[in-house]
Write a protein that binds this ligand. Structure first.
Ligand code: 3PG
Ligand code: MG
Length: 393
């Protein structure tokens, strides 16, 4: 990667300088508190190194999709509290990420101190990559560091527009580590097993198209499997389905076949009459009328687990069923333990798969837990990431 890193930046010195760190602190909130702090923890090493170097650290992030309007529910304030708690240091907060309030907060920031700016996406200029907004952000910085791997696939003002407007720019440790680990999937030791789940084909179509010819084995789970099965004339009862995607799924299957790869679909299913934790469940091969598939069945989970044992490299994104509800969690858990137990180099991405890994407590047996969902999917398909490209000037 032809991008200056933190080592370079620190070697040149940052003491007393205003270092603007674009982080991805886009975490789930529940009742006004951070519900999952994995992205915050992952952002800490870069922040610490900058503090130790005597920088005046200005952190910026988005949270959710407020569409250019202020939304009290999407304030980064609770994130500032949680991050301060995790780091064991004080973090000041500015109610706006640009303008007088931000300027004076930055002005008051001393060496080795941290400031978090309010949600960048409260301004429409962020997502539009508006030049004036980029100039306003750059005005808060002597040095720019991008550590927001999860947002690297977005060409926004804080990830792209700002870069040519600052005199020094570098990538943070998280961004660098993510690119290194995900390169293992881009250029894998074979066989590469990709396990892709989740509710909808439409959300993951581009990754399916990218992986079908690339992965030696592509194993499909989650509700998206029913669209594949229905497209082939299989019985899916009342399961979630996207008939307007039948042609896409058939194209993905053809792409895998023509490349000599194997695409695996569930051969059995855990079904219920409704998506409810108290519903009575049953394992079937063909889903009858009135029933809906809510998890892969035990035979399928066993087949996918066997593939995980044989693989040399594994990429997993997306749950195998409605794992938030215990009766439909078994498939996801079986896959999670198989990935953890496998001798293969394993990379897991996407919020739901990470949650499943954390629930099982097997995170330490996965080689890399990616903080990026969309960004990791784009990257392993060989697409340029605008946040990275911007640094490569
Ligand atoms: C994410 O969680 O996907 C990243 O933070 C980017 O957010 P976005 O999908 O709303 O652009
Ligand atoms: Mg996203």
């Amino acid at each position: 990667m032809g991008v200056p890193d933190l080592d370079r930046l620190l070697a040149d010195g940052v003491r007393g300088q205003r270092v603007f760190v674009r982080a991805d602190l886009n975490v789930p909130l529940h009742n006004g508190a951070v519900a999952d702090d994995a992205r915050l923890r992952a952002s800490i090493p870069t922040l610490r190194r900058l503090l130790e170097g005597g920088a005046r650290v200005v952190i910026a992030s988005h949270l959710g999709r407020p569409n250019g309007r202020r939304d009290a529910d999407l304030s980064l304030r609770p994130v500032a509290s949680r991050l301060a708690e995790l780091m064991g240091v004080g973090i000041s907060f500015s109610d706006d990420c640009v303008g007088e309030e931000a300027r004076s907060a930055v002005c008051n920031l001393g060496e080795g101190q941290l400031l978090l700016l309010e949600n960048l996406r409260f301004h429409g200029g962020e997502e539009r990559n508006d030049p004036d907004f980029a100039v306003a952000l750059a005005g808060l910085a002597d040095v720019y560091v991008n550590d927001a791997f999860g947002t690297a696939h977005r060409a926004h003002a804080s990830t792209a527009g700002i870069v040519p407007r600052v005199s020094r720019a570098a990538c943070g440790d998280l961004l660098k580590a993510e690119l290194e680990h995900l390169r293992v999937i881009r250029e894998p030791i074979r066989p590469l097993l990709a396990i892709i789940g989740g509710a909808k084909v439409s959300d993951k179509l581009s990754i399916l198209e990218g992986l079908a010819p690339h992965a030696d084995v592509l194993a499909i789970g989650g509700a998206m499997a029913y669209t594949f099965i229905a497209a082939n004339g299989g019985a899916i009862g009342n399961s979630l389905v996207e008939p307007d995607r039948f042609a896409d799924t058939l194209r993905v299957e053809t792409a895998a076949r023509e490349a000599g790869r194997r695409l695996l679909l569930p051969s059995d299913h855990r079904v219920a009459d409704r998506m409810d934790p108290s519903a009575r469940t049953q394992v079937v091969r063909d889903i009858p009328e009135g029933a809906m598939g809510l998890d892969i069945g035990p035979e399928t989970a066993g087949r996918y687990a066997l593939e995980a044992r044989k693989a040399k490299t594994i990429f997993w994104n997306g749950p195998m069923g409605v794992f938030e509800m215990e009766p439909f969690a078994q498939g996801t858990w079986t896959v999670a333990s198989a990935v953890a137990d496998s001798p293969a180099t394993s990379v897991v991405g996407g919020g739901d798969s990470l949650a499943a890994i954390n629930q099982l407590g097997v995170g330490s047996r996965i080689d890399h837990l990616s903080t990026g969902g969309g960004a990791s999917l784009e990257y392993i398909q060989g697409r340029p990431l605008p946040g990275v490209t911007a640094l490569e000037r």
